[in-house]
Design a protein around this ligand. Structure first.
Ligand code: ARG
Ligand code: ZN
Length: 875
């Protein structure tokens, strides 16, 4: 196994360019024939040659092509057989001395036995491809790097049992062959890197529509779904049109081909893929209807549809120079899809959703051995870097540009970015300089966010003195980024910190020297001090409004201040966050002393808070959610898992008991309306289901859960009841689960919810249950959605059993990963994540986790995906 890391610093431009690619692909389950005809041009510059080598201006460089798991049949140059090459497991090196030639290569591949789902594979009755990041090399020999851009013509030949033969761009010819097969030829006029190549062949139901762009161009929209699923595709298609319109309105960006195709497939390693003109989607992010999809599913479908569509400009028209620049397209595109979702649904609940992801997952990644900047420096397996850091922290960094420049300034910078770089493969630095050219603000220090990993901590100290003019409040804000596994030295960052100062009545105060502008304090030094001189003795500083930066905040506030923030902050995010801090604090008390009782003043405060927001159910529902165990972990170290889980449970139980009347009253006050995926209705269901989960802890409300399950006419309420039922006595939960399975056993996508509900039950025999479920007729280790629902949910979200002190949970996951890795390394490398995050936990957790990681590392034939993460975690 080659486990050498590639480094960002070692980038060299390609030695050859490939302006034209002509592929003919004859599909066959085990012996697909790929004929590739490339026009190759030597780049006669010195830049692609290492300085240390003899540099003759690239005249003698061989042409090195990537190729993986391919059987080579023949090579021709300018029509003549060519044999001066060497072939190994990863490369084909051609010793050519010409500068401009036509290269023809024929090779065979085996799609049916491709269980890694990378390259071309045949699964669930359809052929489909996944090339990003480095999957094209599993289809044919090619310089598989994003800075080689080519115009593609692709002829797909297949059996007529695959009536639909698709590739990128526009169809230019179709016909039949004497041997009974048929073909379609596609041409994509836009030069693209090979990672955006796609091919799909199968028998689908087709939904069609058209979209007219602002400039009057008509675009054919086509959505391909499994037979019989047509009605579940209409929402995705409508979402696509909303996304197209939004990108025109907000960024002035129009679609650039005559046809936009989306195919939903059941076997897919991740969410979806933005292949030019032919997106391939995990069916989970396409199919949705009232009966089978929750409101969250609808939300995700729209977000992912938009995300992939937005890539057409941020990713495809302007792409990445190398994979270290991944956040150039992903951070930016996630930011764009978040803004879109906020506009389509609600800014507040979106912001909270994304902050939860940061706190639960990104902070954890940054605290682990996998810590990396949003632009990584070193990579063994690129697939390991499609991370919450590159995506979500990357989006937070783009959001800070947006905050600092304002919507109009940001738009100007984006326009300049496209003006400069349309059609190019560029770097994060290129993005920053496009932004820089349109603003007065000096972005030099800000750009450290690209190179520095770790979660900065922003702390506030507050002192009050008095003099003849009144009280003088001094606020000292410090920043500090603890060293991370990958980087010990940290420099001060440029951090926009939302800053609001209020008194007990909600009056707002300005600082003496006007350093807070637009409710924002720029913290660009290790320490910043501001003062407020006023009549008020007690002031409450409120930090990080709208989560203005991806940092942790230390701001010691008493309960009264937290409740003041809830009552009076102008920023709804802060109001939510104050309640989260309050809950977190109560849980700490119970963690330190399990017999502690929560002060009755706190319950009274929460009670009043609920009363005050009874008509604002969007905020109310979010405020009633107790921080997850995973979130609680991020503000603690040396965690003893069971005591922390017990403390959280005890708090939840007291919450239900103490607030029963007001919770029940709120629950009964929300009328059940006819189902629609409209914001008001979504908020109502969300609130009802959060309330139900609290009430379900009290035996006297068991019937509420059962009756909601029985009456529900939509998946949101059905699932809400089932989740609440997780805290009912086992037999009640089991009986609802059995009814659910009875109804949905034919629909694997729905059954995934059922697998996940089982897997997250903290029951003692959970490992036996999971083993039994893995024999369920709908379960298959070859399908990533099933594996994530059953095994992934257990490892990520059943903390009580995963971290069980006997170590059985760790061992169980490890045993499974060893089997899975042989089949699908990408999915195995995802699920290993909770195991490598041992740093936060107390002994004996650490030792037990490391023992299993050691077993993994010693396993013969381990993929480099899993190797990279495990070896780092044990280093
Ligand atoms: N570019 C795709 C997206 O963001 C994801 C590709 C992920 N690839 C991978 N190998 N994990 O939508
Ligand atoms: Zn993306």
């Amino acid at each position: 196994m080659s486990v050498t890391a590639k480094r960002r610093a070692d980038y060299l431009p390609p030695a050859f360019s490939i302006p034209l690619v002509d592929l003919t692909i004859s599909l066959h389950p085990t012996k697909t024939v790929v004929k590739s005809k490339l026009s190759v041009k030597r780049r006669l510059t010195k830049d692609s040659v290492k300085d240390t080598e003899k540099n003759d201006g690239n005249k003698s460089q061989p042409l090195i092509l990537d190729g993986n798991k391919l059987s080579l049949v023949s090579v021709h140059i300018n029509g003549t057989p060519f044999s001066d090459y060497t072939l190994d497991d990863e490369t084909l090196t051609l010793n050519v001395d010409t500068d401009d030639f036509e290269l023809e290569i024929e090779n065979h591949i085996d799609p049916e036995n491709n269980k890694a789902l990378e390259g071309l594979y045949l699964s669930g009755g359809a052929y489909c491809t996944q090339c990003e990041a480095e999957g094209f090399r599993r289809i044919t020999f090619f310089p598989d790097r994003p800075d080689v851009l080519s115009v593609y013509t692709v002829k797909v030949i297949g059996d007529k049992s695959f009536p639909m033969l698709l590739s990128n761009g526009n169809p230019i010819e179709r016909g039949e062959n004497p041997d009974g097969t048929h073909f379609v030829t596609w041409h994509d006029p836009h030069p693209k890197p090979c990672y955006l190549f796609a091919l799909v062949a199968g028998d689908f139901d087709l939904l069609t529509d058209t979209y007219i762009t602002t400039s009057g161009k008509e675009v054919a929209l086509e959505l391909y779904v499994d037979k019989g699923k047509k009605s579940q595709g209409t929402f995705a298609l409508a979402s696509l049109k909303r996304a197209m319109k939004w990108d025109e309105d907000v960024f002035g960006l129009e679609y650039d081909l005559d046809i936009y195709m989306i195919v939903a497939v059941d076997f897919f390693n991740m969410g979806a893929m933005e292949n030019k003109g032919l997106n391939v989607f995990n069916s989970k992010f396409v199919l949705a209807d009232q009966d089978s999809a929750t409101d969250d599913d609808f939300f995700n479908v729209e977000a992912v549809i938009a995300h992939e569509y937005f890539h057409n400009w941020t990713g495809n028209r302007v792409t990445c120079r190398d994979w270290f620049q991944l956040s150039l397209k992903e951070g930016l595109t996630v930011f764009r899809d978040q803004q879109f979702s906020a506009d389509m649904t609600s800014p507040l609940s979106n912001r909270i959703k994304h902050v939860r992801v940061m706190r639960e997952h990104q902070f954890a990644e940054d605290a682990s051995a996998m810590s990396h900047p949003i632009r990584p420096e070193e990579v063994i397996e690129m697939n390991n870097f499609y991370t919450v850091t590159v995506y979500d922290k990357g989006a937070e960094v783009i959001r800070m540009f947006h905050t600092l420049l304002g919507p109009e300034g940001f738009r100007k910078g984006m326009d300049e970015y496209f003006r400069r770089h349309d059609g190019q493969a560029v770097t994060c630095d290129d993005f920053v300089s496009a932004m820089q050219s349109t603003t007065e603000l000096d972005l030099t220090q800000f750009s450290r966010w690209y190179s520095q990993s770790g979660t900065p901590q922003v702390s506030l100290a507050h002192n009050v003195t008095s003099n003849e003019t009144g009280y003088v409040h001094t606020f000292t804000v410090t920043q500090n980024t603890p060293s991370t596994a990958d980087q010990s030295e940290k420099l001060p960052l440029y951090i926009p910190v939302g800053f609001e100062v209020i008194d007990e009545d909600g009056n707002r105060y300005r600082d003496d020297s006007g350093m807070i502008q637009n409710d924002l304090l720029i913290v660009d030094a290790p320490e910043i001090t501001i003062t407020i001189t006023c009549d008020a003795k007690k002031l409450t500083p409120v930090l990080l409004g709208n989560f203005s930066a991806p940092v942790k905040v230390h701001n010691e506030l008493d309960t009264a201040s937290l409740l003041t923030i809830f009552a009076h902050s102008q920023d709804a995010f802060n109001r939510w966050d104050a309640m989260q801090t309050l809950y977190n604090r109560c849980i700490s008390e119970l963690y330190e002393n399990p017999t502690a009782t929560i002060d009755s003043g706190i319950w009274a405060g929460i009670h009043a808070a609920i009363d005050s927001e009874i008509d604002n159910i969007e905020l109310l529902s979010e405020c009633l959610v107790i921080p997850s165990f995973e979130t609680l972990c991020q503000s603690r170290s040396n965690i003893s898992v069971q005591p922390l889980i017990d403390a959280r449970k005890a708090f939840c139980r007291q919450f239900s008991t103490q607030l029963e009347a007001v919770l029940l009253n709120a629950f009964n006050g929300i009328a059940t309306q006819a189902y629609s995926y409209q914001q008001d209705a979504v908020n109502a269901r969300r609130c009802k289901n959060v309330l139900l989960s609290h009430l379900a802890r009290l035996p006297q409300h068991k019937d509420l859960v059962i009756s909601q399950f029985d009456k529900a006419d939509n998946m949101t309420d059905t699932l809400g009841a089932l989740k609440a039922a997780q805290s009912l006595p086992a037999d009640a939960f089991e009986s609802l689960m059995a009814k659910f399975e009875e109804k949905w056993r034919h629909d694997p996508l729905v059954l995934d919810k059922w697998f996940a509900l089982h897997a997250t039950q903290p029951r003692e025999d959970i490992l036996a249950t999971i083993t039994m479920l893995s024999e369920h007729p709908q379960f298959s280790m070859g399908n990533p959605n099933r594996v994530r629902s059953l095994i992934g949910s257990f490892a990520f979200y059943n903390s009580e059993r995963f971290h069980n002190l006997g170590g059985e949970g760790y061992k169980f996951v490890t045993d499974y990963l060893i089997k899975l890795d042989a089949l699908n390394p990408q999915v195995a490398a995802r699920i290993v994540t909770p195991l490598i995050q041992w740093q936060g936990f107390a002994e004996p957790h650490q030792a037990l986790m490391k023992a299993q990681l050691g077993r993994l590392l010693n396993h013969k034939g381990l993929s480099k995906d899993v190797f990279e993460k495990v070896s780092k975690s044990l280093a």
